[in-house]
Design a protein around this ligand. Structure first.
Ligand code: PLP
Length: 395
């Protein structure tokens, strides 16, 4: 008889956003026609920028003619896109060669697939609160998971301690959900820890483009020693609105070697076995993001979300609510007022002012009592939600 992967039975029964969708649907069923102010799920609301749309159209036209048609493209990514991404890093003084960059269909896919590079017996350390997929991908793989909690006392930026146990270390900076960003010094502690313990850091940089403070690192490879211990996983989803278009990239330095095995070589072997690459059309659209015009246009969209963040932060200031994030990240992480629990606060906001956010408890036990607002919504909804928050919580 076939034995399925029994670790699926170890997964928590329902996913955070599924639960939120169920509760909001129940509310709408009971209050038909009500408008909800959605500051919950992290999808973007602005369309792709003009430079990307133009490149996508041109790539579609390429596929219409025998002379310009492309069949399979390299599983590792279009050379011009790999080169544009490596160049993007080099502009920030991070020395990468083009073949250390791998094009992907997005960070989520990579965060799951990359686990193929590690033995089943490796233990995964997850700095929490965390994006729920880190835990679930490791549960499915049957790995031991160490949850490293953080809180207000360390600014939601935990440090390793000498007794920390970890083969694979997940770090997300800017963090989803807290919006907290590791400083160079704090990341250096993790890099030194990983090199001393032969661990590997999986650095999720999905929100790097939102960092505005020039002193904060946007890549783990700004930290000395990281080439020997880190993989960086990045995405154009939030940077350039590719949530529905799907494109990301992963950086694996050739210096990352454990037990004589080079992770860059292993990933080449993995990709050439398990994928036939990302769509030519989408990669051409992605390449446009890295042009001067594309960069200018995506900055415009990021600025729009940053203004949403300022509007929400101003409302929370007026309401006297503690929060972090928002400045260098598209998420604001706040303390639920009056000792409310995360789900209790969720229900309170939904029922009283029709604002939908994300309960912190869904990102790990240490998120209980906290709440996340996303700044990716429309300006109209954000302004109205901010007014309602001030009205509800303001005194
Ligand atoms: N990593 C983090 C921290 C995220 O918040 C998300 C999406 O919300 C992802 C990865 C997934 O990004 P993608 O759309 O590229 O799969």
């Amino acid at each position: 008889m076939t034995t399925p992967n029994m670790h699926y039975a170890d997964l928590k029964d329902s996913y955070l956003f599924f639960h939120i969708a169920r509760k909001t649907k129940a509310y709408l069923d009971a209050h038909p026609g009500t408008h909800l102010y959605r500051l919950g799920i992290g999808d973007v609301s602005l369309p792709l920028c003009k430079a990307v749309i133009k490149a996508l159209h041109e790539a579609v036209d390429d596929q219409a003619l025998k002379e310009t048609f492309h069949g399979y493209v390299s599983e590792l990514g279009l050379p011009e896109l790999r080169s544009a991404i490596a160049q993007h890093y080099r502009k920030r003084d991070i020395g990468l060669s083009d073949d250390e960059v791998f094009v992907s269909s997005g960070a989520s896919d990579e965060l799951g697939d990359i686990l193929d590079l590690f033995d089943r017996s490796s233990c995964a350390l997850i700095t929490e609160p965390a994006y729920p997929a880190y835990v679930d991908a490791n549960v499915i793989a049957g790995r031991e998971i160490v949850h490293l909690a953080s809180g207000r006392e360390n600014g939601f930026l935990p440090s390793p301690s000498p007794d920390t146990k970890a083969d694979i270390i997940y770090i997300c900076s800017p963090n989803n959900p807290t919006g907290a960003v590791f400083s160079r010094q704090q990341l250096k502690e993790w890099v030194d820890f990983a090199n001393a313990n032969s661990s590997v850091i999986l650095f999720d940089a999905a929100y790097e483009a939102f960092i505005e403070d020039p002193d904060l690192p946007r890549s783990i490879f700004e930290i000395e020693g990281a080439r020997k211990c880190a993989i960086e996983i990045c995405s154009l989803s939030k940077t350039a609105g590719f949530t529905g278009t799907r494109l990301g990239y992963t950086v694996i330095p050739k210096d990352l070697i454990r037990k004589g095995m080079c992770f860059n070589d292993m990933w080449i072997r993995n990709r050439t076995t398990k994928t036939n690459g990302v769509s030519y059309i989408i990669q051409k659209g992605g390449a446009a993001v890295f042009t001067e015009e594309g960069q200018r246009q995506i900055r415009g969209n990021i600025e729009y979300y940053k203004e949403n963040a300022r509007i929400l932060m101003c409302a929370l200031d007026k309401a006297g609510i503690w929060y972090c994030g928002g400045k260098n990240a598209p998420y604001i992480w706040l303390r639920c007022p009056n000792g409310m629990g995360s789900w209790e606060f969720f229900d309170y906001l939904l029922n009283e002012i029709q604002v939908v956010g994300t309960p912190g408890e869904g990102f790990g036990a240490c998120g209980e009592g906290y709440f996340r607002f996303s700044t990716f919504g429309s300006r109209e909804d954000t302004v109205r939600a901010a007014e309602r928050l001030i009205r509800l919580l303001g005194d």
